[in-house]
Design a protein around this ligand. Structure first.
Ligand SMILES: *Cc1c(COP(=O)(O)O)cnc(C)c1O
Length: 372
């Protein structure tokens, strides 16, 4: 066995462009000594990203969590917000940081996204918004959510941190809802080391978000809102510009890996692989399987056994957000209230997927499932 075969395989490995292509950007930053605050690369990247994603207005952030927190503040959301327990914990934390009460509702067993029929039933006079997540980049039922939101007078803030580049019936999934929030964290399909963005649909909202991420300043001496510091810096922006050149390629490799996994795992009893959804162009950010009782090992046993082989899968999303001590005493989080989420959370496993993943490694993972 070669030494490279003994190296651990993680669920993801950040994609980085060739270093020599990044150096000229660094030289320019050193030359100009403009490190942050709407620098040249920030502006260039914002424009390039807007075009790449097919959205009207976008505002760059230093990370996705501060973008979520700022998005809620920008819309003045208060009271209760209906959200999903099946996500990364930052989704709910962003509500908490705005003094908003999260109300968890259950998910759809196919897309793992908020089930619109459950949303409707959870609306109270205190509800002001819905915060759904396009989990694994699977688009939510955006039409049904819009219909409920319009009828009940609610805002919709999509946590689109998994949905970079995802399209639904030919359109960017980021164009739905009042605001959509992206993350460019190292572990995401597209990274700027860390980073994030808010997508909005009109210029006045874009201006508001831009000033909120810069302490609320409108000019040198005027502060009109309680803003925060959540700006993207020039290093992140420069990397983003360069990353855009490689993103289509990276996603196409992810697609190939996904298809290979699906084909090789298809006939294994007790293993169900993820599927493409109709009308959707996916980004293949995650490769998920569900492990049910027909497989000789439970999901947790599979996770442990692969770990012994230095293959580090992830149980996204286990535990559910609603199981964390800070949230588990909420009415909507009580045991038995979220049966679909609870079941999926026990069965789901994310297998390694990233552009530099070798066929050897994939075969080793597949072999584990086939040898049972
Ligand atoms: C990654 C992620 C976030 C947080 O983004 P950061 O850039 O890491 O702050 C929020 N929500 C979801 C669903 C995520 O996957």
């Amino acid at each position: 066995m070669s030494s490279s075969n003994k190296k651990p395989t993680y669920v993801t490995q950040p994609f980085l462009p060739p270093l020599d292509e990044f150096i000229p950007y660094l030289e320019q930053i050193w030359e100009e000594k403009w490190l942050t605050n709407q620098g040249k690369f920030h502006q260039e990247f914002e424009n390039a990203l807007k075009d790449y994603l097919g959205v009207k207005y976008i505002s760059l952030f230093c990370n996705g969590t501060l973008a979520l927190i700022t998005a809620l503040h920008a819309l003045g959301i208060k009271g209760e917000v209906i959200t999903t327990p099946f996500s990364f914990v930052a989704t709910t934390h962003s509500l908490w940081w705005n003094n908003i009460k999260p109300v968890f509702t259950d998910i759809d067993p196919v897309t793992y996204n908020l089930d619109p029929s459950k949303i409707e039933a959870a609306v109270t006079p205190a509800t002001t918004a819905i915060m759904p997540v396009h989990v694994y980049g699977n688009p939510c039922d955006v039409e049904a959510i819009k219909e409920i939101a319009d009828r009940k007078g609610l805002k919709v803030i999509y946590d689109a941190c998994h949905a970079f580049g995802v399209r639904l019936n030919g359109e960017s999934v980021l164009n739905f809802g009042d605001l959509s929030v992206l993350s460019f964290h190292a572990t995401k399909v597209f990274n700027t080391f860390e980073g994030g963005a808010i997508v909005c649909h009109d210029e006045s909202m874009k201006k508001k978000i831009d000033l909120l991420k810069n302490f609320g300043f409108t000019d040198e001496t005027t502060v009109i809102d309680t803003g925060i510091n959540a700006k993207m810096n020039e290093f992140q922006s420069a990397l983003g510009l360069l990353q855009l050149k490689y993103t289509d390629k990276a996603i196409s490799i992810r697609k190939k890996i996904t298809e290979y996994y699906r084909q090789r795992l298809r006939s294994i009893k007790g293993i169900e692989t993820n599927k493409d959804l109709p009308g959707v162009i996916h980004n293949y950010a995650y490769f998920t399987i569900r492990i049910n009782n027909d497989f000789p090992f439970t999901r947790n046993e599979v996770y442990e056994k692969l770990k012994e082989k230095s293959i580090f899968t992830r149980r996204y999303f286990y535990p559910l957000i609603s199981r964390f001590p800070v949230y588990r005493d909420l009415d909507s989080a009580l045991p038995g209230k979220l049966p679909v989420s609870e079941q999926i959370s026990e069965e789901i496993l994310c297998l390694p997927i990233f552009p530099d993943l070798t066929k050897d490694k994939i075969d080793k993972i597949i072999e584990f499932f086939n040898s049972r």
